[in-house]
Design a binder for this molecule. Structure first.
Ligand SMILES: NC(=O)c1ccc[n+]([C@@H]2O[C@H](COP(=O)([O-])OP(=O)(O)OC[C@H]3O[C@@H](n4cnc5c(N)ncnc54)[C@H](OP(=O)(O)O)[C@@H]3O)[C@@H](O)[C@H]2O)c1
Length: 313
């Protein structure tokens, strides 16, 4: 058996269940590609998988390799794959419901993969897929955000938020963003109204907005219905909003899921990187062997942009 280094869990639990160890190197089946991973990330989703919160949805087999973001190079292609060849630089969201990308190699469905944006190194390309596909699903697919609209983005400096701001600006929308420790990121992103949520209730600034993107949940979500204009749309990545409360406010509310197939969207995203509309922010780079520290940082809930794991140079 050929092995590789990987970060796996053998049981659900806290960051201490993460094991950096030897694991079987996967092979590409029909319609799949084997990617040599150069960079990967940790998302809050990975922390939720590690803790066992996603087991009811995806029925994982343990041990499981975590991680959904990858930037790397095609090592081999399975039967029926014509879009990619060994040596191609690619990026993808892979391994959502099976072994993932916190490893030296990952298998992805060819439909999940796109050519890596040429202007980005692997560290920055890996920062994009999971967060960008989520922000895209929310603001482009669900809200169909358009020029002249106003969007309130909670957690605008985080992984999803900082890309959502850039997608909104690309669409010509005005952005009101919230942050605290990372307020300067909002200024860098040229958010029109930056709110320090520890000092200013967002309701005192945001009124009659077209769309709210909630990446925080709880009380922040509960207070968000009231700032929408009649017929406005509340989208949450973290907690299904209440249809009853939405109706009582005369607005709409939906839960956001980044949905496959995603390679086609990542190709569009690469175009936006090339035109300068999207620039991923990487605030920390750690070696794969320090994935546990990345989980602890993410669970601190004050991530700036993305935390990336370097696997190969
Ligand atoms: N449903 C899906 O398909 C899907 C996909 C992706 C993500 N998600 C979920 O969406 C959420 C966000 O993901 P992410 O990757 O963006 O997380 P993240 O990068 O960890 O978000 C961290 C950011 O949240 C901000 N923050 C913390 N508390 C806040 C508050 N009370 N108000 C406003 N901002 C606050 C922090 O800003 P400051 O430090 O400045 O306070 C920080 O920049 C997670 O729960 C994740 O699981 C769901």
């Amino acid at each position: 058996m050929t092995t590789m280094k990987a970060v796996r869990i053998h049981t659900y639990g806290g960051p201490d269940v993460l094991a950096y160890e030897d694991a079987p190197r996967p092979t590409a089946g029909d319609g799949e590609v084997l990617i040599r991973v150069y960079a990967t990330t940790v998302n809050p989703f990975d922390c939720a998988v590690r803790a066992g919160y996603m087991d009811g949805y995806f029925h994982y087999n343990l041990p499981l390799v975590l991680g959904t973001d990858v930037s790397g190079v095609i090592e081999a292609v399975g039967a029926g794959v014509t879009a990619f060849s060994p040596g191609d630089a690619v990026y993808a969201r892979a391994g959502v419901f099976r072994d993932g990308a916190n490893a030296e190699y990952v298998v992805a469905f060819a439909s999940e993969v796109a050519a890596k944006p040429p202007s980005l190194d692997h560290l920055h390309a890996a920062a994009l897929p999971h967060a960008t596909l989520t922000a895209w699903q929310a603001l482009i697919e669900m809200a169909q955000l358009s020029a002249g609209q106003t969007v309130l983005i909670h957690g605008a400096a985080g992984g999803v938020g900082h890309i959502a701001v850039q997608l909104a600006h690309w669409r010509g929308a005005k952005v009101i963003g919230t942050a605290s420790t990372n307020l300067d990121v909002l200024r860098e992103l040229k958010v029109e109204e930056a709110i320090d949520y520890t000092k200013t209730p967002f309701e005192s600034v945001a009124r009659d907005v077209d769309v709210v993107l909630d990446t925080v949940g709880g009380d922040v979500q509960a207070r968000s219905y009231a700032v929408l204009k009649p017929g406005g749309l509340l989208l949450s990545t973290i907690q299904p909003p209440s249809e009853e409360t939405a109706q009582a406010h005369g607005v709409r509310a939906q839960y956001v899921n980044a949905s496959p197939p995603v390679g086609k969207t990542l190709t569009e995203v690469a175009g936006l990187v090339a035109s300068g509309h999207i620039k991923p922010m990487v605030s920390a780079v750690l070696p794969l062997s320090e994935t546990r520290r990345a989980h602890e940082m993410i669970e601190g809930k004050h991530t700036r942009g993305k935390i990336v794991l370097q696997v190969a140079a």
